[in-house]
Design a protein around this ligand. Structure first.
Ligand SMILES: C[S@@+](CC[C@H](N)C(=O)[O-])C[C@H]1O[C@@H](n2cnc3c(N)ncnc32)[C@H](O)[C@@H]1O
Length: 291
C-alpha cells in the first residue's frame, strides 16, 4: 500500500477537514491516552529530543517554546540545558502529566494555531511529532514565525512514511490485510503522512518566509519484548491509529489482531521485536529582518 492509500485510513477517508470536529477528537483522544502515551510511545519520541534541541541550538539562557509538549520531554531536557522554557499542549490531561513529571516547569493549555504569546518572544520553537496533529498546520507555522524573535530557530519532527516508520506501518498493514473499513465516526483529519515528504515539509516552512530550511532523516530500531507489548502500547498511546482499530466491531478487531501477529513476524529478532523507526526532522530560521 502506498502512503496515499494509508492516508485514506489515517485521515478519516475524506478531503474536507472539519476543524472543530477534528480538534475536539484530538483533545478527547489525548486526554484519554496521556498516561498510555508516556508509558510506551514516549520512549520512542523521547529519542528525538536531543537532535531537535541541537537543531535550534538550545543552551543556557535560550527562551524556548515546546509546542504540543505532551508529557514535556523536550521542555524538560531544554530546561536541563539551562533554557528558559514554556511547554504548551491543547489537552488538559497531557499538561497534567507534564506538570506531574516536571513540577518546576511552566506548562500551559493552549492551541498551537492561536498561541497566547506576544510577537518575537522566543529564541527557539520546537514541536516533537506535533505537525500531524494540527487541523491547520500552515496556521500553526505562521504562529511559530510570529512568536520567534528575528534570527530565532524552529525545529519540527514527523514520522516518515509507514513503509519506513514501521511502528505505525505494521498496524496500517494489518488493518489493510484484514480488509477493514474506515470507522465512520473518525472525523476527517489532515493527512497523517503529509510531511513525510521532505519537499512538502520544506514548502510548509518556505510558505511562512522562514530561511535556512533543512530536512533530514533519522532512523533507528526500537526494541520491544513481544507483539503484545507493541499492540497494547500503541493502542493505549495513540489517538488516530488506535481509533482505526478500537472503533471497529469486535470480530473485525480480532481479524486485525490476527493479521498484526502475521505482519510483525518480519520484525522478530531473538526473543523480541526490532521495529524500524524513521523520522523527518525539519529546521529553519526566522530572518534577522522580516521581509
Ligand atoms: C504525539 S504527541 C507529542 C508529544 C510530545 N511532543 C513528545 O515529544 O512526545 C502530540 C501532542 O499534540 C497535542 N496537540 C494536538 N493538537 C494540538 C493543538 N492544536 N495545539 C497544541 N497541542 C496539540 C496533543 O494533545 C498531544 O499531546
Amino acid at each position: 500500500l502506498s502512503s496515499g492509500a494509508y492516508d485514506r485510513f489515517a485521515s478519516g477517508g475524506g478531503s474536507r477537514i472539519d476543524v472543530d470536529a477534528f480538534t475536539a477528537f484530538e483533545v478527547a483522544g489525548w486526554d484519554a491516552k496521556a498516561a498510555g502515551y508516556d508509558d510506551f510511545l514516549g520512549q520512542v519520541t523521547g529519542r528525538l529530543v536531543e537532535p531537535l534541541l541541537d537543531a535550534v541550538d538550545v543552551r543556557a539562557g535560550v527562551r524556548l517554546l515546546d509546542v504540543a509538549t505532551g508529557p514535556g520531554y523536550a521542555a524538560a531536557r531544554a530546561a536541563e540545558r539551562g533554557g528558559s522554557v514554556v511547554g504548551i499542549d491543547i489537552a488538559e490531561e497531557m499538561v497534567a502529566v507534564a506538570s506531574r513529571l516536571h513540577p518546576p516547569l511552566d506548562f500551559r493549555i493552549a492551541n498551537a494555531e492561536v498561541l497566547p504569546f506576544p510577537d518575537d518572544s522566543f529564541d527557539a520553537v520546537v514541536g516533537n511529532f506535533a505537525m500531524l496533529h494540527f487541523a491547520r498546520p500552515e496556521l500553526a507555522v505562521a504562529e511559530f514565525f510570529r512568536v520567534l524573535a528575528p534570527g530565532g530557530r524552529l525545529a519540527l519532527t514527523v514520522w516518515d512514511t509507514p513503509e519506513r516508520a514501521r511502528l505505525f506501518g505494521v498496524f496500517l498493514d494489518a488493518i489493510a490485510e484484514a480488509g477493514a473499513d474506515l470507522p465512520r465516526e473518525i472525523p476527517v483529519g489532515p493527512p497523517f503522512f503529509r510531511f513525510s515528504d521532505e519537499q512538502e515539509f520544506a514548502r510548509l516552512l518556505e510558505g511562512q518566509q522562514l530561511e535556512s530550511i533543512e530536512v533530514e532523516s533519522i532512523t533507528f530500531s526500537h526494541h520491544v519484548s513481544s507483539s503484545d507489548e507493541l499492540w497494547s502500547g500503541m493502542l493505549a498511546g495513540t489517538v488516530r491509529t488506535s481509533a482505526l482499530i478500537q472503533r471497529q466491531p469486535d470480530e473485525v478487531q480480532e481479524q486485525i489482531r490476527a493479521a498484526f501477529e502475521r505482519v510483525v513476524q518480519q520484525q522478530r529478532v531473538g526473543d523480541g521485536l526490532a521495529i524500524p523507526v524513521a523520522v523527518k526532522l525539519a529546521s529553519a530560521r526566522k530572518p534577522e529582518r522580516s521581509r
